[in-house]
Design a binder for this molecule. Sequence first.
Ligand code: CP
Length: 322
Amino acid sequence: MKLPFQHLLKASQFDPSLLKILFDEARELELRTKSLELRVKNSELRIENFGDGKILATVFWEPSTRTRFSFETAMLKLGGKVISNYSMETSSSITKGETLYDTAKTISSFADIIAMRHPKEGAVAEFAKGSSVPVINAGDGSGDHPTQALLDIYTIWKWRNYSDFKSAFGELTIGMVGDLKNSRVVHSQIELLKFFGCKFILVAPNALKLPQKYKDLMKENHCEFSETENLEKVIGDFDVLSDTRIQQERFESEEEFKKYRTFYQIDKKMMTKAKQEMIVIAPLPRFGELLEEVDSDPRAKYFEQVRNGVIVRMALIKGMIK
Ligand code: CP
């Protein structure tokens, strides 16, 4: 399976047919991983020889727990190798004034594929101009986080028993809750879900509402949506609750952030108001809005998402590397 683009910069590069190609590959990898896990210890687990001799570089200007480790695990499971700089802002030659273009020229002489994260929207696209190998956007400011959205949608698809996309997604009411203004994950999720006619309920403080361009996108694609600040009032209508924390790093002052930090609290009590068959997804990290007491609820899917992320990123690396 080869994906028809050089770089993955935006979720909007996917349409339903491309999504199907990627997810079928991921599902195949998931089945093979499961059967191998029964036979070998995890430390020996390599499900492919595809990556032999190939190198992934992870270059991150922003902190990460899941995305960077997930990309690196994916490449190792494919049989490839990893080079990494998880603190580009302090320990690369950027500190000496090197440009993104020159950094890309250099790293792409060493690696076969690059996963990059940066606090500035558009910086990954700028970097990709200098790269001779595929670049994957691992999050650029409040812009896009396409691989997170892909694994989120894959998690929903899996929960819907891998059925055809129209019935898997089309009948769902998706509640997007939290910092809809600044969350790049939410923006990427809308780009992927817009095709399937699902209904959205947007729950955010008034100051952190979804930007107009994403609402226009929903309208253009005939997706029904409504907006409210009140989670308690609408949680009972959700089939999927997509949580996103208030994005502290995008606020100009600590004081401003503190006004919203605990605006929502998804706890056991709140979950009693939700449907029994609803699921909760979240990109994590969480920061006060999604309580640990919810983790044992079978509807909580956010740690399963983390595992699905490795599979989806394996499929992506396979589809993008030359
Ligand atoms: N979901 C996500 O992007 O998590 P990290 O910031 O830990 O990579």
